[in-house]
Design a binder for this molecule. Sequence first.
Ligand SMILES: Cc1cc2nc3c(=O)[nH]c(=O)nc-3n(C[C@H](O)[C@H](O)[C@H](O)COP(=O)(O)OP(=O)(O)OC[C@H]3O[C@@H](n4cnc5c(N)ncnc54)[C@H](O)[C@@H]3O)c2cc1C
Length: 297
Amino acid sequence: MPYDVIILGGGFAGMSAALQLARARRPILVVDAGLPRNRFAAASHGFLGQDGAAPAAIMREALRQLSAYPSVDFIHGRATSATGELDRFEVALEGEEVHAARRLVLATGVADTLPDIPGLTERWGQSVMHCPYCHGYEVRDRRIGVLANHPLSSHQALMLPDWGPTTFFTQGMIPLDAELAAKLAARGVGVETTPVVEVLGDHPAIAGVRLADGRTVALEAIFTAPKTAPASPLAEQLGCAFDDGMTGPHVKLEAGQLTTVPGVYSAGDAASPMHHATLASAAGVMAGIGAHQSLIF
Ligand SMILES: Cc1cc2nc3c(=O)[nH]c(=O)nc-3n(C[C@H](O)[C@H](O)[C@H](O)COP(=O)(O)OP(=O)(O)OC[C@H]3O[C@@H](n4cnc5c(N)ncnc54)[C@H](O)[C@@H]3O)c2cc1C
């Protein structure tokens, strides 16, 4: 017997979709590879009721609660392919196990690529961060650097002074016209146009950065917007269309988290230009409800 819904990815989005379908008593399968995007951070912030909780603890509790519903199967593993059409989808897992479902929810998230600068990747989620709402409060009043990696990095630089004294490293990719220079000056942002070539300090802390001309700048935290790409090829395999987001492509959605492929829903970072656990969770709820209602109406 096929499942009513297979949910691919068991992070904030996938588990939220699963919870709605479990409570609707539908037979569902969640497949999760266990590598959520925020696994590099010791604590997750800004999610109501879970502010400061460890990401792994949140997911452990979500799985404990979901497992109480008898119509839910959960597999720790990676889906390698998804094929088929409305009412007749097939998902293959590593190890060649295959499962069938009438609907799919794609919630496999995104993978981050950071600027290729020594010292950056190993501090990701600790003293190198992307989201001031998630981690800015923890570094409040410290010396903050914003490392450009993106045409819109100047937005990040304009925001960060609300958390601490900010230097914007333009990395040769942000044209500093008079309007931008005036906005940065009005926010008290220092600007450094010589590229950063190395992050300094005792890992995971940051003491500063070395510039291409040999100078060093003292810092205690760095914010940068990574480039993002789908963490799995499943949406592409199914023929889903993509939109261009601020940091990379994401699955294009119709109403109710439906993708451009009938019967395939998507939620979370994989299907949004805005990346935040609460938003992923809310979208997962909508995807779960959308998939459930499509089985009825
Ligand atoms: C370092 C860091 C810190 C962050 N901190 C915060 C914070 O404090 N607060 C906040 O609100 N947001 C934070 N975020 C953003 C937040 O992590 C994401 O918005 C959120 O995780 C998105 O949820 P998701 O369910 O879409 O994806 P994820 O949480 O990434 O979950 C996707 C799941 O799908 C699985 N998967 C991928 N491919 C497959 C496959 N082929 N088969 C099976 N499973 C697969 C993955 O292993 C993963 O478990 C942070 C992000 C980063 C990078």
